[in-house]
Design a protein around this ligand. Structure first.
Ligand SMILES: Nc1ncnc2c1ncn2[C@@H]1O[C@H](COP(=O)(O)OP(=O)(O)OP(=O)(O)O)[C@@H](O)[C@H]1O
Ligand SMILES: [Mg+2]
Length: 337
C-alpha cells in the first residue's frame, strides 16, 4: 500500500480547475469560475454548473474568475471554489478532511504561498503542500526529471506561462511571464473593437480563437463567424474573423512569451548550457495547443521543441504522480516551495 503525500491534488488554474485522486485519476476538469447572483450577491454555483447557469440566464449572473495571471485576486471566490471542489471529491457523509497538494505558479512570493495555504486550509484541507507547476508539468509530460542533465519545460496556460529548467528532481531555475491564452483573447477583443467596431464576449472570443488561430504562417487559413455588440449602435452584430486577423492580434503576445523564455535561457548557469542546448524543450498547458505554436518557439529559440500529449493535463497528471510516489528523489520537489 503506497503512502500518499496528500489525498488529493489540485491544479487551480486561471481558466480551469483540475483535481486528481489516487487510484481514480483526474476526477474534475471544469472552468475555475464562481457565479454570483447579480442582486443578492449570493453564490449560485461554481465550475461546469456555474457556467450552465450563466449560459441559461446571463442577466442575473455575475461570473468571477478568482485568479488573474495565476495569482489569487478574489480571495472570497477562490475560497468558495476550493471549498466546493474539496467537498465534492472528499465530502458527503463521513467527511474526512483531506490532505491537499496544490500546484502553483513558479516564483511565488511568501505572501502568495501563504494565501494558497490559507485558502486550502479554510476550504477544509487537513494539510496542504505546494508544488511548483514546472516540476509537475515536466512529470506529467513524461520527462525523466531525475536525469542529471538539465531540461526545459514551458507551461503555457491561460493566465501565466511558467518556464522551468529541471534536473535531478528539482527546479534549477524558473520564471513566469504573465501572458497566456487569456491575454491572447484580450488582444483579439481589442483588435476587433478597434478594426471592426464590435465588442466581443469572452466565450465568443475563445471559440473563435480556438477555431482559427495560428502562431505562424504555413497553416491552412480558417474563418469564424462571431457575434458581438456594435460599438456605435449597441445592437447585436456579427462579423467574420479570419486566421490573418487573429494572427496579427496575438503576434505580440507570442513574442512576449518567447522573450520570457529567452530571459530564462540567459540565466542558465554556464555548466548547464550544454545540456539545455542539447535538450528538446517541452511545451505543456492548453495554449501550447495552438497551431504552429511549437514551430514558432522552436524557430525563435533555434532549439528543438515538442508539445506534450494532452498538454493541459500535464500539471495535474504530474501532481497526481507525485502524490503517490514514495521515491524521495521525486518528493523533494514538493518541499521546494
Ligand atoms: N487549440 C487551442 N488553441 C489555442 N489556445 C488554446 C487551445 N486549446 C486551449 N487553449 C487555451 O489554453 C488556455 C487554457 O489552458 P490551461 O487549462 O492550461 O490554463 P490554466 O491552467 O487554467 O491557466 P494558468 O495555468 O495560466 O493559470 C486557454 O486560454 C485556452 O484558450
Ligand atoms: Mg495551468
Amino acid at each position: 500500500m503506497p503512502s500518499y503525500v496528500a489525498d488529493i491534488g489540485i491544479d487551480f488554474g486561471s481558466d480551469n480547475i483540475r483535481v486528481y485522486m489516487p487510484r481514480k485519476g483526474v476526477v474534475i476538469d471544469e472552468p475555475s469560475v464562481v457565479v454570483f447572483h447579480r442582486e443578492t450577491e449570493l453564490m449560485l454555483d461554481v465550475g461546469d454548473r456555474g457556467r450552465e447557469l450563466l449560459l441559461a440566464d446571463p442577466g442575473s449572473c455575475i461570473p468571477v474568475r478568482p485568479l488573474i495571471h495565476g495569482s489569487i485576486r478574489r480571495y472570497d471566490a477562490a475560497l468558495l471554489l476550493m471549498k466546493r471542489i474539496i467537498w465534492r471529491v472528499a465530502g458527503g457523509r463521513g467527511f474526512a478532511k483531506p490532505r491537499v497538494a496544490v500546484a502553483v505558479p513558479s516564483c511565488l512570493s511568501d505572501v502568495e504561498a501563504r494565501a494558497w495555504i490559507t485558502v486550502a486550509t479554510e476550504a477544509g484541507a487537513r494539510g496542504v503542500v505546494l508544488l511548483e507547476a514546472p516540476i509537475a508539468a515536466a512529470i506529467g509530460a513524461e520527462m525523466d526529471i531525475l536525469d542529471a542533465r538539465a531540461q526545459m519545460v514551458i507551461d503555457v496556460g491561460a493566465g501565466v506561462t511558467d518556464i522551468g529548467v529541471v534536473a535531478v528532481g528539482e527546479i534549477v531555475l524558473s520564471d513566469r511571464v504573465n501572458t497566456g491564452g487569456r491575454s491572447m483573447n484580450e488582444a483579439i477583443q481589442k483588435h476587433v473593437r478597434s478594426e471592426v467596431g464590435l465588442v466581443l464576449g469572452d466565450m465568443a472570443t475563445e471559440d473563435a480563437k480556438i477555431k482559427v488561430a495560428v502562431a505562424r504562417d504555413g497553416f491552412e487559413p480558417r474563418c469564424a463567424l462571431v457575434h458581438g455588440r456594435d460599438l456605435k449602435t449597441g445592437l447585436p452584430q456579427q462579423a467574420i474573423l479570419t486566421t490573418e486577423d487573429v494572427a496579427g492580434a496575438i503576434g505580440g503576445k507570442i513574442e512576449e512569451i518567447v522573450e520570457g523564455i529567452r530571459c530564462v535561457l540567459r540565466r542558465v548557469p554556464v555548466e548547464l548550457v550544454m545540456d539545455i542546448s542539447n535538450c528538446r524543450v517541452v511545451l505543456t498547458g492548453g495554449a501550447s495547443r495552438m497551431r504552429g505554436f511549437s514551430d514558432i518557439v522552436s524557430e525563435r529559440l533555434g532549439m528543438p521543441v515538442r508539445t506534450a500529449r494532452d498538454p493541459e493535463f500535464c500539471v495535474i497528471r504530474g501532481t497526481g504522480e507525485l502524490l503517490s510516489n514514495a521515491d524521495p528523489r521525486m518528493t523533494k520537489a514538493i518541499k521546494s516551495v
